[in-house]
Design a protein around this ligand. Sequence first.
Ligand SMILES: [Zn+2]
Ligand SMILES: [Zn+2]
Length: 615
Amino acid sequence: MLYVKIVIPIPVDGPFDYSVPAAFVPRVVPGMRALVTFGARKCVGYIVGVSKQSSIKNVKPIISLLDDAPILSKELLRLTKLVSQYYCCSWGEVIDTALPWQSRSCKKGLELGKAQENLPKTSRASITSLINADRQGRWDFYLNELRKCIDLGKQALILLPDILKVARFKERAAEIPNAVISTLFRKSPSELREWLKIRNREVNIIVGTRSAVFAPLQNQGLIIIDEETDYVYKQDQVPHYSGRQVAIMRAKLNGTSLILGSVARPLETVLLSRDKNIDFNEVAVEQAVRDIFILDDRTYFKGNTKKTEQISRYLQGVIDSTLSNKGSVLVYFDKKGFASYGSCLKCGYELECPRCSVNLVYYYEKNILSCSYCNYSIAAPRLCPQCNSDYIRYEGIGIEKVESQIYRLFPRARIVKLEHAQEAGSSYADIVIANKNILSLDSKKFDLVCVLNIDSMLSRIDFRSAEKTLLLLRGLLNLCTAKMIIQTSMPGHYVFKSLKNNNPEEFILPEMDFRKQLGFPPYKHLAVIKLRSPDENKVSDCANRFFEVITKETDGRSLEVLSLKQAQPFKIRGNFYWNIVTKGSRPLAMSALIKRCLKKVSHSGIIITIDMDPV
Ligand SMILES: [Zn+2]
Ligand SMILES: [Zn+2]
């Protein structure tokens, strides 16, 4: 009798044993899909092993084999297994994520040509960190490397943060002689077709978003990740994998080349450079020197401006003189709407989202209140819903309010507000008011860049806030041709010093020191156990039991339990969230321990997900 080991895309670890009916025995190999019964239902499972025996009694047979050839190569089987062990989820869930969506529900065979999988290499991975704040500069570097890779007859993969950039990069890559390009991204109607072309080796360059990291490369020569620090590479659903981390795993497994491109050197990459199992090198292009002025808003705001005004007199003067010299101005401000919360002055009622424990944001232009976490939105009430008085006041400054102030101060300027990545049409404007999405546009450059309200980002409760702030400022600096003004009440912060002196070390040394002392990433890994349920008491009870179990189970070496807390916000879309934060040195050991605890804590009605390396 022949048996197969099958994993299924559910949050339960397999593999599960099934027997193989005689008719399928001649062609069954690992990597194929099979139709099986699991519990009471029929589902698609993935064969991960074939064996002559099984230790299970009364093994059920598979219903049918769906493919004539393996849909998953040996390399993808190894990679997906490793990803499931690292990210604490089931192997079946990762395989499901790795394949095009059409192949999951499809119970028919796919047209798979004979794969010519090259044997795994024994060479070491080589990782190049490319640091260049200018996107075109980075893209030129990639195009050159892609050309070299396909000249060797190999396949190359490049990941970009979003589909607009995928489309733009594809146009550039088409200039490479002999390039045959495929684009790969989730929910694309042609995902399966493109996926098959890659697997059947009909293309040599693959341009895609996060999930393309699992592209079925047959002869991989090069993987590139542009804007490696962009958090879109981290999937916010199970499995919570990071495309960057999976690319590193893949390069290490196969001894391929990996290029990580970024506007500034990320701390994770600083640590990667010390990894003795890879060949690491750095290509850094220095950012052009600009005149950077750190404006201490504690002195410049004193007495001369109302508290709610964002543009200080000093800033107004500099903008004025830039405009009179026919220069252009970018004002950066990253907070939505007109006001961030509203409340009744008479009875204290706060305008909150009924489904989430957050304040509703007030939008002046549309005259609505809207939730930033769900799609809840209502017309802004004139009277207090609780006491019927008309004492509703809005506070907290949003981008619309800054816009209204700028209109008032510079009535003759042409002003444009850019909030969404798809927007265009800033080319004629004298003043552009924008949030961070301006960094994903191929924006024009500005003579003057003014950064407002950066303190709200820098002082956020997040150990990465300084690093995130610096990356943002480096990106904005790249849009600046002459002068940059940063308004802050923390002018002595090393983020600003490093930027002003154009000296990356001035940031990296103190920041690495700070992370090391606290035992935070990149020195250690964090894993957050997230529990959620619409039942507030049940989820709190379960979180407390889980906390007890994991505290008892750990020996303190593989994993340290840091905290048990309500998430912020506590309630989203009617679900209550609790987080257990843990820390350790080895993700595989941490995941294994958490998986053991999951089996010990009964949690019916509670959804528990594990976020390894949260961002
Ligand atoms: Zn009231
Ligand atoms: Zn909401």
